[in-house]
Design a protein around this ligand. Structure first.
Ligand code: KIV
Length: 284
């Protein structure tokens, strides 16, 4: 069994040019399969809200939702580095609120690190969480918790000013003490400059091939989530289709009586026990 990677391993992977494999998971069975597959790092994302809980955005996700799902993922992947995603309004109010909730991810959720969205305006939160001894991952570019300000789920940094701003924001997050930064939905050229200038591992989702590692939402890459599929997703399976087929076949079997079959899918009794039971049941 592989040993759990640490922040030191991620720095070494960055220095050696070994890509870091990062995937989201929200539950025990998926986490178990990802650990079996040798994923380096798991994000229990607040995308939980859309992928698993059926919300239209990530905004309704609560701390209690996140903690419950982090615990399940930790049980499934005891030897994988897990990042817990701080949900909307669990860190925006104050440094104290941010530290308290980050602490819950570690203490109750069993996570190794937390992630929060935002650049220089979140520097004091990152510093405060880091000062409490907790690893923090920054998140720049498309940040779904501020999608109102960003005008929806849109790629960021697509003009010179916006691209330059992202480079500055990444430095601010690194200087505040983040152990890593996730870049979401931006041109590869911008992500490359940020990556080349960083002394910490830079991970990307929809940010091109130059970052030190890649993240995707697992449900997108296996075809489990069909509300929309971002341009940057590569599909490795269509699990949804297999599940619908299986559910349809089950429904047809139940309706036709083809399932269950007595000899195959039921618990048996000795013939004489059946006879005695059928006799005695007449008396009650
Ligand atoms: O919640 C999540 O899964 C995320 C990714 C979209 C980056 O934050």
């Amino acid at each position: 069994m592989a040993t759990k990677k640490t922040v030191i391993d991620f720095h070494q992977m960055k220095d050696k040019g070994e890509k870091i494999v990062f995937l989201t998971a929200y539950d025990f069975p998926t986490a178990k399969l990802q650990e079996e597959a040798g994923v380096d790092m798991i994000l229990v994302g607040d995308s939980l809200g859309m992928v698993t809980l059926g919300y239209e955005t990530t905004l309704p996700v609560t701390m209690d939702d996140m903690i419950r799902h982090c615990q399940a993922v930790r049980r499934g992947a005891p030897n994988t580095f897990i990042v817990g995603d701080m949900p909307y309004m669990s860190y925006q109010t104050s440094d104290e609120q941010a530290v308290e909730n980050a602490g819950r991810f570690i203490k109750e959720g069993g996570c190794d690190a937390v992630k929060l969205e935002g650049g220089s305006r979140m520097a004091s939160r990152i510093r405060a969480i880091n000062d409490a001894g907790i690893l923090v991952m920054g998140h720049l570019g498309l940040t779904p918790q501020s999608m109102g300000q960003q005008g929806g789920y849109k790629a960021q940094g697509r003009n010179v000013e916006a691209a330059l701003k992202l480079v500055e924001e990444a430095k601010a997050v690194e200087n505040a003490g983040a152990f890593s930064i996730l870049l979401e939905a931006m041109p590869p050229e911008v992500a490359k400059v940020i990556t080349d200038r960083a002394e910490i591992p830079i991970l990307g989702i929809g940010a091109g091939p130059y970052t030190h590692g890649q993240l995707v939402i697992y449900a997108d890459m296996v075809g489990m989530f069909d509300a929309f599929t971002p341009k940057f997703v590569k599909k490795y399976a269509n699990i949804r289709e297999h599940l619908v087929e299986a559910f349809k076949a089950y429904a047809a079997d139940v309706r036709s009586g083809a399932f269950p079959v007595i000899k195959e899918h039921t618990y048996n009794m000795k013939e004489e026990t059946v006879q005695e039971f059928l006799e005695r049941v007449k008396e009650i």
